[in-house]
Design a binder for this molecule. Structure first.
Ligand code: PEP
Ligand code: MG
Length: 574
């Protein structure tokens, strides 16, 4: 039995491991259709380019005193990556034999090694190892491009996937193939993959360095999402303990069910709106089951992953579906693609953006691509006549950007009017406050918008300068940092002063540990994964807002977050 620790997400899963970082002897052959061939050659070419780029930067960054042979060695590997015998021949094999890049490259490697083996010269024969190393580099680039994973067609039959990293698109794909949970070497708890895993009820442990090396295919593993522990090859006694815990969790969830129809108000009568975050159509049922007061965040980008972009009609149908089924407002967010949310789930383009989290993402991407943005705005506006639809803009950072969006919305409304297509002229338009600049200037945004929503996942990432997908800096991710709390309070105040509602839809809103603090900071609208809604409601019901308000306001000037936690998390605060 082996115990490993990483960062946990969700509940418990037990299953057989399926390792997806394949080594040479496990390279599988996948047959391609004629249409897939050119795409596969493109994937191979990009992997080669990435491998070359890495070698070149290693060479450029060699210390002054490094031996000259080292640079020559790296140069020789760069040259090999340009050699037609390796590159063109592999591309030829993909085309001719219609097989995946990994298998074609492996075949070419075997051929070349044979040639070198038969050369009657010790020096040239030793080059065989260099081929192995260069090929290994390209294979590893290919394995980090998840289109390989996306092509996996088999039913996963409740297996636990163990992989270097998983993108949101992979997560959705594997869930549809019935994976029971996953373990990754990389990744953090607020990454979009983690958020999706929660919403898909997929237990996971991320940021477990060496997982794909330490766990073997078919090992029985327990994924304990609550503690972040992975138990490899558990004995009977441990398995029984986990079964008992799963049973207790089921009973606990059933206990919360009784709160479903209880109006959500604090013990001292302050009404609180509890809404749901929706990523996938399946979440609508969970939203209805939890009796949520509406949808506070509909992440539309997941509709665009692993497929061709949906057109206006398809989007319109999807938005109408949610708007008509859910009671209360449905806040549809315009596309937030980019950074860790790529449509193809891969990282093929990752090298083109120096820092994708600070790059062309969300509203920036939409404004630069009206062909993507306008059909979505049209679909949202059209859906507004079928329910209480609100439009929400992510990642606002400048007022000029907001002006551009509002101007575009006006133009879209004009053209719908000209075409005699119905829409609600006063559909509320709100903005996400998730960039510190927008939080600091929240009053200016509040004057031009109908509501604000705090996106704490990004707000914390950008305020504390920690990449939300980088497990190495996870430990710095602190929602109770006074700087974060001040930005939250400042934004709520801007809403109060301008008479517009402020909600929160980041993960912080769905964690009952923060409910009292947020109530004390003046938050009255929470939006979260529907699975956590009743636990948050329980916290709301047993909180008296007046006393927590004093404690929470003190927190803005207190650097001792542990003290604050214990003050707020007593059974009830009076
Ligand atoms: C956030 O940043 O808090 C948020 C809700 O948006 P996303 O997690 O999709 O970036
Ligand atoms: Mg965000």
């Amino acid at each position: 039995m082996l115990l490993l620790n990483g960062t946990g997400i969700g509940d418990i899963a037990v299953g057989r491991a399926l390792i997806l970082d394949r080594r040479d002897d496990e390279i599988s052959v996948r047959n391609l259709s004629q249409e897939e061939v050119e795409q596969e050659i493109g994937r191979f070419t990009q992997a080669v380019a990435r491998a070359r780029q890495r070698l070149e930067s290693m060479r450029d960054e060699l210390p002054e005193n490094a031996p000259a042979e080292l640079a020559a060695f790296l140069d020789a590997h760069v040259l090999m990556l340009e050699d037609p015998l390796l590159i063109d021949q592999t591309a030829g094999t993909i085309r001719r034999e219609r097989i995946n890049a990994e298998a074609a490259l492996h075949r070419q490697e075997v051929r070349l090694k044979e040639v070198f083996e038969n050369i009657n010269d010790d020096y040239l024969r030793s080059k065989k190892n260099d081929i192995g190393q260069v090929v290994e580099r390209v294979q590893s680039e290919l394995s980090t491009n998840s289109s390989q994973l996306l092509a996996l067609d088999d039913d996963l039959n409740d297996r636990i996937i163990v992989v270097n990293d998983l993108t949101p698109a992979d997560t959705v794909h594997f869930r549809s193939k019935h994976m029971a949970g996953f373990i990754t070497n990389l990744g953090g708890p607020i990454s979009h993959t983690a958020i999706l895993a929660r919403s898909l009820r997929l237990p996971a442990v991320v940021g477990l360095h060496g997982a794909s090396r330490l766990i073997r295919d078919n090992d029985i593993v327990v994924v304990d999402g609550a503690s972040g522990t992975v138990v490899v090859a558990p004995d009977e006694r441990i398995l029984e303990q986990y079964e008992r815990r799963q049973e207790r969790a089921r009973r606990h969830a059933l206990g919360l069910e009784s709160l479903r129809d209880v109006p959500s108000a604090s013990e001292d009568g302050v009404r609180v709106s509890l809404m749901a975050n929706v990523e996938l159509p399946e979440d609508v049922a969970a939203t209805i089951n939890a009796n949520a007061d509406g949808v506070g965040l509909y992440r539309t980008e997941f509709m665009f992953m692993n497929r061709e972009a949906p057109d206006e009609e398809e989007q319109y149908a999807a938005y109408c579906d949610v708007a008509t089924r859910v009671r209360g407002p449905v806040t549809i967010r315009t596309l937030d693609l980019g950074a860790d949310k790529q449509v193809d789930g891969g990282r093929a383009d990752a090298n083109t953006a120096v820092n994708p989290a600070l790059g062309l993402r969300a509203v920036r991407l939409c404004l630069s691509n009206p062909g993507l943005f306008i059909p979505q705005l049209r679909a949202m506006l059209r859906a507004s006549v079928h329910g209480d639809v609100r439009i929400m803009i992510p990642m606002l950072s400048s007022l000029n950007e907001l002006e551009q969006v509002l101007e575009l919305v006006r133009e879209v409304k004009n053209s719908l009017s000209r075409e005699c297509i119905a829409f609600k002229p006063d559909v509320p338009i709100g903005g996400m406050i998730e960039v510190p600049a927008a939080a600091i200037a929240a009053d200016l945004f509040a004057r031009k918008l109908d509501f604000l929503s705090l996106g704490t996942n990004d707000l914390i990432q950008y305020t504390l300068a920690i990449d939300r997908v980088d497990d190495e800096v996870n430990y710095l991710y602190d929602p109770m940092h006074p700087a974060v709390l001040r930005l939250i309070r400042h934004t709520i105040e801007a809403g109060e002063n301008n008479n517009i509602p402020v909600s929160m839809c980041g993960e912080m809103a769905g964690d009952p540990a923060y409910t009292r603090l947020l109530l004390g900071l003046g938050l009255r609208e929470f939006s979260m994964d529907p699975a956590t809604l009743l636990a948050v409601k329980r916290e709301v019901l047993r909180t008296r807002v007046t006393p927590v308000t004093d404690t929470a306001r003190e927190s803005l000037y207190d650097s001792d977050s542990a003290r604050l936690r214990s003050l707020l998390n007593g059974p009830t605060v009076h």
